[in-house]
Design a protein around this ligand. Structure first.
Ligand SMILES: [Zn+2]
Length: 127
């Protein structure tokens, strides 16, 4: 198993946690970690299928309270899972998508902000 902390390719089994899941120890950085380290189920009492249901239903547009009711997972946990997944996805995106050379941009939505000058605001308020 590769060390998630330093990237060393070899780590060894290092006993079990109190929850009876396998612990590993990196021979390079001497750190220990479990199987779920750096995953969405790390330090959460949610099974991977439930995680998948939460994320899939969220992507389909279900409300977070609805997800909480359907899966039986606390609302705050649903929010936390969605935020963590979003953060991870953003990290992967930022790592892989860099300096994209483009000639044509195809935008399906464009937002703009037009600033109101102070003189316009003052004129409307009668100042
Ligand atoms: Zn390591």
């Amino acid at each position: 198993m590769q060390c998630p902390l330093c990237g060393h390719p070899k780590s060894h089994k290092h006993g079990k946690t109190s929850k009876d899941s396998q612990r590993y120890r990196c021979s390079h950085c001497q750190q220990t970690f479990g199987e779920t380290f750096d995953t969405l189920s790390y330090r959460r009492q949610i099974s991977p299928p439930t995680l998948q249901i939460i994320l899939q239903a969220h992507a389909e547009g279900s409300s977070l309270r609805g997800l909480s009711r359907i899966t039986g997972v606390a609302y705050n946990t649903c929010v936390s899972v969605v935020r963590s997944a979003s953060h991870k996805a953003q990290m992967i995106h930022n790592q892989d998508v860099q300096a994209v050379a483009t000639n044509v941009i195809n935008a399906d939505e464009l937002w703009s902000f037009v600033k109101k000058s102070k003189s316009t605001v003052n004129r409307k308020n009668g100042v």
